[in-house]
Every structure is written in structure tokens, then in C-alpha cells.
Design a protein around this ligand. Sequence first.
Ligand code: SF4
Length: 232
Amino acid sequence: RTVAELDGHLVECRACPRLVAWREEVAATKRRSYADWDYWGRPVPGFGPADAAMLIVGLAPAAHGANRTGRMFTGDRSGDVLYAALHATGLASRPTATHRGDGLTLRGVRITAPVHCAPPENKPTPTERDTCRPWLVREAELLRPTLRAAVVLGAFGWQAALPALAAAGWEVPRPRPVFGHGAHTTLRRADGGAPLELYGCYHVSQQNTFTGRLTPAMLREVLAAAAASAGL
Ligand code: SF4
């Protein structure tokens, strides 16, 4: 199976009843300022090349962001911060992401999430996180030949990504590495394959960026370190 085929299957997924209902209700009712948008309202696949050397793992699509535009971190404030930093570090062709047809491309980076459907209040349940995990496992397996580094945004993504990466064949140290901004650990492979350099970074949520907990410079620093590890 290819990454494109995986994405094609993912967008048909209806495994989480609460999230299916929510993503479709949001798409049907819309936010007034986006009344003329045809909301995506489905699972949002990863964005970026299938031979990415670096993976960015978020949390879940935002109701009026990626759930509207159909592309990860596209069309909301979190994405504004992330894409500006990716552009500043030479990893994105443009500093802004507005819609799927805006021509933005990523260089060697793929952006994904452990939960692919927008959850109420941006809070997936543990069951929903676990139900969605196989998609991240398969994505990581497909990227494995080229993947060398990953940046996980936030503690939820960290908790979800470690078991997924373990299921995809990387060895997660015990005790499990603890999430923190700037956390860095190396995940080796029992099969002798290339290790994965894993970085933690505060999530680009408005809560973090408006309060200055995560500054653009802090984000750029982690992205640059991961990019260097990935040979980008
Ligand atoms: Fe499927 Fe994941 Fe969406 Fe649940 S969150 S319906 S598992 S794509």
C-alpha cells in the first residue's frame, strides 16, 4: 500500500461515532464567517511528501480549520504559527496556508495527527485516540524508509505517538521518555534500520502562542534541530 492509498482509505473512515457526528455537524452548521465554504467534514489525511524525512505530529483537526479546509493545520491560527515557522526554516514554500489549492508545498516534511477527525473542544477521548492509532502506525511504517526525525506537538500527541512508533518498529526506551518542550530522544530499531530522532515541542495552540508559552523562536529552534537530524 502507498501513502496515497492509505490517505484514500482514511478519508472514508467512520470508526468513531462521536467524532463522525461532530465533524459532520460542524460542516453542516458552519461558522458564520465561513458560510460560503464547502466544509471538508471528513478525516483529514497527513500533508506532505510520501518520502518525508521528518514527521510533525499534532493533536487533531480544528473544527473550523482543517475540518473546513481538509488539510492539516490549514486555515486557523495554529497553522499560521506553524507554517510561518516552517517557511522560516526552509521547510515550507510559503509562510501561510489558507486552503488546499493554495499551492503550498513542504520540503521533506509530512504533517499528521494521532486523531484525524475534529473532536469537540479539541479533546479526543482515550478510546478515540486508540481507535485512530492504526492509521498513524501505518503512516509511520510507510514513511519508515526515509523517516529520520519527528517533532511531536504537545503532550497528547506525545502520549499517542510513542505507542504508534513502537508498533511501527521503533524501540521506545523504558521508562518512557517524558514530554517537554525541547525533549529529545533517539528511537532505535531492532531490525538495524535507521533510528528516529524524536523531539517534543509545545503545541502551536492559541493558548500557548498567545500567552508566549511557545514563541515563534522556540518553535523554529525545535524545527531546525529536527530538520538537521533529518538531513534537511
Ligand atoms: Fe476514523 Fe480516526 Fe476519524 Fe476515528 S478519528 S473516525 S479512527 S479517522
